[in-house]
Each structure stands twice: as C-alpha cells, then as structure tokens.
Design a protein around this ligand. Sequence first.
Ligand code: PNW
Length: 446
Amino acid sequence: ATDPTPHGPLRFPPGFRWGAATSAYQIEGAAKEDGRGASVWDTFSHTPGRTRNGDTGDVAADHYHRYAEDLDLMRDLGLRSYRFSISWSRIQADGAGRPNQRGLDFYRRLVDGLHERDIAPMATLFHWDLPQALQDAGGWENRDTAERFAEYADIVFRALGDQVPVWLTINEPKTVVQNGYIWGHHAPGRQDPAAAYLVAHHLQLAHGLAVRALRATGAKTRIGPALNLHPCYPADDTAEAATATRLYDGYENRLYLDSILKGAYPEDVLADLGPDSRMVRGLRDDDLKIISSPVDLVAVQYYTPIYVTGQGDTVSRWPTSEASWQQIYPDGMYDILTRVTRDYGPVPLTITENGLPCPDTLAADGTVDDAARIDFLRDHFAAAHRAIGDGVPLESYHVWSLLDNFEWAEGYDQRWGLVYVDYPTQRRVLKRSAHWYRTVIRDNGL
Ligand code: PNW
C-alpha cells in the first residue's frame, strides 16, 4: 500500500476554501428549455465528426433538473466554495436584448441553494458557450461581441451581483484562441492563426469591460479573470531552447497576464505577430486601459507544464494522463503560483481548476476506485501548500470537476469528476477520491 501522507501532515491557513468546479454546457443539459438559445457548442457538437462518438451536451449530467440533488452532494462533501458558469444563451437567447427571466431564475435558485448550505458561489460569466447568433455575426473576431458581453454581464450583475462573492469573467481565453481558432478542435472549429490573436484581444477587452460593468453597478463583490497558465521550461540546456521557451511563455502566459496586470501586451509577442497582424491592427487607444481595469483576484487553472525545444516544438517529459496533452507534474503548480506572485505582485489567487481524468468504472459493489486521482490531487495540494508557505496569497482551491461531464471534443468518455455519473440513469456515486476529499476539507489539510 502507498503511504497516504507522504508529505507529512499539512495544514492550510484557517479559512482556506476547498471547492469544486463545473461549467454550464458540460453539466446542465436541458438544451432547449426555458427559452435557452443555441450556442456555438450546440452547433459544434451536432456537427458530425467534431466530438468523440458524436456526443453532445443536450442532456449532459442533467444538472438543470437535478441541481437540488447536486447541491446536497456538495454539502455532503463539505465544499466551502462552488465554481459554476452561467450560460449566456439562457440569459439572452441570441446574445442581445431583453433578459430571459426563466434563465436568470435558474441561477438565482442555484445561488440561493448554495447560500442555504453555506457554500460560497463563484460564478464564471463565460465558459465558451457563445450564443450562436453572435457567432453568425462574426463571433469573437467581431469587436462588437465584447460590447455585447458587457451588456450581458451587466444584466447578470444586476440580477445576482451581490449574491456572488467572486465573479470570474472569461474562462481560459487561451483555450478559445488555441483550440477554437488555431487547432480547430473546439467550437467554432477554425484553423486561422491570424484570426486567433484578434480573438484573444477581443476576449481580453470583453474581460475588462465586464470588470467595469461590475464596478458600475456598485456591487461590493469581487471579480477577476480565469486563466489557464502553463509553466514553460526549456527541453534542453541550449541557448536556442531558452530563447524559444521565452517566446512560448509569452503566448501561453504573458499575453493574458501582462495585459490585465501590467496594462501592456508583451513586446516580444507583439513583435512576433508583427505590425500588420490583424491583432495589432485591431488595437485601439484605450483598449489596454480597459483590459487592465483593476481586478480583485486572479484565478489560476493548472493542469500541465510545457517543454519547449530550440525549434519551438514541444516534448513530453513526464507521464501523461488519459488526456494526451496533460503531463503529471505537481511542481508545476508551485512554479506557476510563485511566478505569478513574483512577477505580478501580491494579488490574491485562487485555483479554479486542477484535476485528472481517469478510466473510472462502477464496480459491482457500487464503488469507484480512482486511486490515481487521489495521488494526483494529494501531490498538487502539497505543491500549493508549499507555495503558500513561500508567500503566495492563495485563498481557495477548486478541483475540476465536481461531476463527470461532457468533456468537449472528448465527449463523455473522459471522466474528470469526484462524483461518478451513471449516464443511463443519471445516478451519482461518490468516487473514492470524493470520500478522501471530504476528509481533506474536514481537516483543512493532508
Ligand atoms: C479546461 N491544456 O480546459 C476547461 O476549463 C474545462 O472546461 C475542461 O473540462 C478541463 O480543463 C479539462 O480539460 C483545458 O491544453 C483545455 O492544457 C486544455 C488545456 C487545459 C485545460
């Protein structure tokens, strides 16, 4: 048997909030109910060949109907924070105009249910499910989409603002840029790098406009971006690898961090894109002032490191998970947290995603034994603890994910949940990791 506490007893600071994360399209289902409009992910998942097994989020984990049961699960786990996202097309079916009250009511019931159970809500405004009508008008390539986003944010803030202590603007802008517009395996499925960085700029602009919209409502609650950060390391000790890694880091991390926290895009990335790029031509005078509107915290999502060769290619150094892009490297958690604090000052941080997909199966005795997920989380918790000890103001940690769910292009085959979902019956079963996590939360440590 493995030692359950190889790191020794570790206590987190009093008040540290342990949580779990989900997103709307991945769990809600009810794709056509209560006035919800179509999003780019409805379109994409219903396009033959785009997702594994042709899976869609039409039903997903049926959370829209089972949210009360899921709230009880969260309480049983002892969660102190729950991160979810709001579906824009439930609030505005076409991404503009009058709000749909039934959509707002759903999130109001969810937020009330969290407060009743003493779980702090953390809401993401946009987790990739852009209303299809806005995509038809150019999507994030169209600067107007950022303005529409600010209006949507204003509606949501006026309905729920003070009830949600932490707001997050855009989930992982980089994933939209890369998966959506460079590689094409996420909606809207484009392979157009020139468009991709203009999209990045408009996503950043949308972030800044939403921060301003929250302040304008007078709400007392906090707001920040949700960035997936990748510590980048040279694959060898040549000067070429060091140089290539520096630029790679610019595209992976500084493009997003510097614009928000320093009010400037990184010079090396701008130079690499060139003055004639669509992105650089799309910059307007006050954009970086808007993008760098002061935030209250930065949400960090960490899954994997990246190793960069002198040619600018990437290689693997550590064992990968069931997700081919994920190398298991807990020290990367320490490195990225301490780096953000060192380079950007003592802004409060939260981990809004970290987790592992496992080939989970429901055994005959009704258990799900995901020992690998426990090992993964334990080692990453320990790395976060070490970062806190070295001065990182980390206030909470959200495991991805609460439930097995629609893992985008991978469909339902890849299971990331602490809780197993038996899709034919929609029965929820706590995996071994969920039982273990409950003790971590109870003890506030390992
Ligand atoms: C995140 N990478 O996406 C998303 O926010 C979640 O919706 C998703 O389910 C989860 O991670 C698991 O994939 C990522 O290439 C996509 O490093 C790509 C990467 C990381 C996270």
